[in-house]
Design a protein around this ligand. Structure first.
Ligand code: PMP
Length: 286
């Protein structure tokens, strides 16, 4: 498998990350995931924009322009002959020694970039069936808008769900639902769709942007408003969204069925609209 290390395409086995890489030492870095369908990236510009916004927020100097990054990712996709899959890429604040919390001078310590791509088909069966979730307090930090590689809070939350035999987690702060473990969280009540507004408490999801756009175009009422656990209990439908799972129905929360315990009509409509938007950009996918 070919991967990217900086601007070079190299064999996966040849990448060795330094023990003093700030990503390894401090989780000091950013990452992104872009999905490719039929050999074409979907919403690549939006993902790249978010990486650049995150870099600005943490004063990380990226070693490429947006255009250069996009070209490299395309080369990676082609080199591995991946048609439908996920490209993961991350950038850390470089290798700095001795260990020091403060940022090193970026003119002396360049950022380290890696990227890999894997073949991942769409899981239509799961998207039809939906997933189960548990509820947990959101113990993460207050910069959830930054797509940081420091994912321990998310890892712990998802592991908790896994231990309880659930797929997902509904995270909340003082009873207000924020997001899933690695996805944005949505509910439907009386035909209106709700999701937490962007801000520092949730990741500004790229899938969320697409779903909001297609919902509005289709005339489905949408409110970027937070909702409580109480409201969640009364929801007609609940779903999550992310690049890798698109719009995913949540059919059971804490062992209690959501609605009738099956995928609801609004999420089904959104899934179809999402696929149509993907197909406009990347060709037929189902
Ligand atoms: N929130 C969190 C915490 C996530 O990890 C993700 C996916 N990486 C999302 C939301 C969804 O973002 P996107 O639609 O850009 O994949």
């Amino acid at each position: 498998m070919k991967v990217l290390l900086g601007d070079k395409l190299v064999e996966r086995e040849d990448v060795k990350i330094d023990m003093e890489d700030r990503g390894y030492q401090f989780g000091d870095g950013l990452y992104e995931v872009i999905r490719a369908y039929n050999g074409t990236f979907f919403t690549a510009d939006e993902h790249i924009e978010r990486l650049f916004r995150g870099a600005e927020k943490i004063e990380l100097v990226l070693p490429f322009t947006k255009e250069e990054l996009k070209n490299r990712l395309n080369e990676l996709l082609v080199a591995n002959n991946i048609k439908t899959g996920n490209v993961y890429f991350q950038v850390t604040r470089g290798i700095a020694s001795p260990r020091n919390f403060t940022y090193p001078d970026p003119t002396k310590v360049p950022a380290i970039f890696t990227a890999s791509v894997t073949d991942v088909p769409r899981d239509q069966e799961q998207m039809d069936k939906g997933v189960t979730a548990i509820i947990l307090p959101d113990y993460r930090w207050l910069h959830c808008d930054i797509k940081s590689i420091s994912l321990l809070g998310n890892v712990m939350a998802k592991h908790e769900a896994h231990k309880k035999g659930a797929d997902e987690v509904v995270q909340h702060r003082d009873g207000v639902v924020t997001e899933g473990g690695s996805a944005n969280m949505w509910m439907v009540k009386d035909g209106t769709i709700y999701t937490h507004p962007d801000g520092n408490l949730v990741l500004p999801g790229i899938t969320k942007i697409v779903l909001l756009k297609v919902a509005r175009e289709a005339g489905i009422p949408v409110k970027e408003e937070s909702f409580t656990l109480e409201q969640l209990k009364e929801a007609d439908e609940v779903f999550t969204s992310s690049t890798t799972i698109e719009a995913m129905p949540v059919i059971e929360i804490e062992g209690v069925p959501v609605g009738d315990g099956k995928r609801g009509p609004i999420v089904k409509q959104l899934q179809d609209l999402y696929v149509a938007d993907v197909e406009k950009n990347c060709g037929k996918i189902r």
